[in-house]
Design a protein around this ligand. Sequence first.
Ligand SMILES: O=C1O[C@H](COP(=O)(O)O)[C@@H](O)[C@H](O)[C@H]1O
Length: 232
Amino acid sequence: MTDRMHEFSDAASLASALADEVAARLAAALRDRGTASIAVSGGSTPKKFFEALSTRDIDWSKVTVTLVDERFVPADSDRSNHRLVQTHLLKDKAANARFLPLFYDVASIQDAADKATEETAGIDNPFDVVILGMGNDGHTASFFPHGNNLAQAIDLSGPRGVLTMRADGAGEERLTFSFASLSDARFLALHIEGQGKKDVLDQAKAGSDENEMPIRAVLNRAATPVDIYWAP
Ligand SMILES: O=C1O[C@H](COP(=O)(O)O)[C@@H](O)[C@H](O)[C@H]1O
């Protein structure tokens, strides 16, 4: 699978260019189908991109925003991806977007995954836009190296929906969309920053063991060629 590399001189230029591209994709979806969908990642990288995207002038009231993955923590936790999106994306022009979380305060993480699957099932397939991140360990979404549900999560013949994940490197237990849900997005981007992440990407491209570096599943098997956005 070929990927396309987009390199920028700094994080602000990347954020602006990625926000322009995503806004154009969402606007095209609104024009063609009347609604649009985007699944975004959490972590520390996307803040500037979220801030830029929140200012783009599209009809956000018809856009559904959800998360690629989430920690099993409530929305008021510092570790919550929901909180990150609420603070940095769902404001300004994007304040009216419909947000569907993955975390639910229910009896077990499996119940939360089932509820998230049910609540997001109404989003048209495929997603219009999916923005992935990548950790220094080669995880993406919550496809963690040697995660307890990794095989199921990255099985492209598996169902769309949300799974649970537990892994040594993950901290909290996780909720994650399956690869089958993300792989065929109309626009599939990987947003990474810093020389360290570029080195991790090069390492991923040089090998094939997906248990060791699950990002390889995206680079090698995603139905949509991945657009990689990188800045130092
Ligand atoms: O745990 C997570 O980490 C990755 C990468 O995060 P970053 O802090 O290195 O940018 C992120 O893509 C994922 O959504 C998040 O849950």
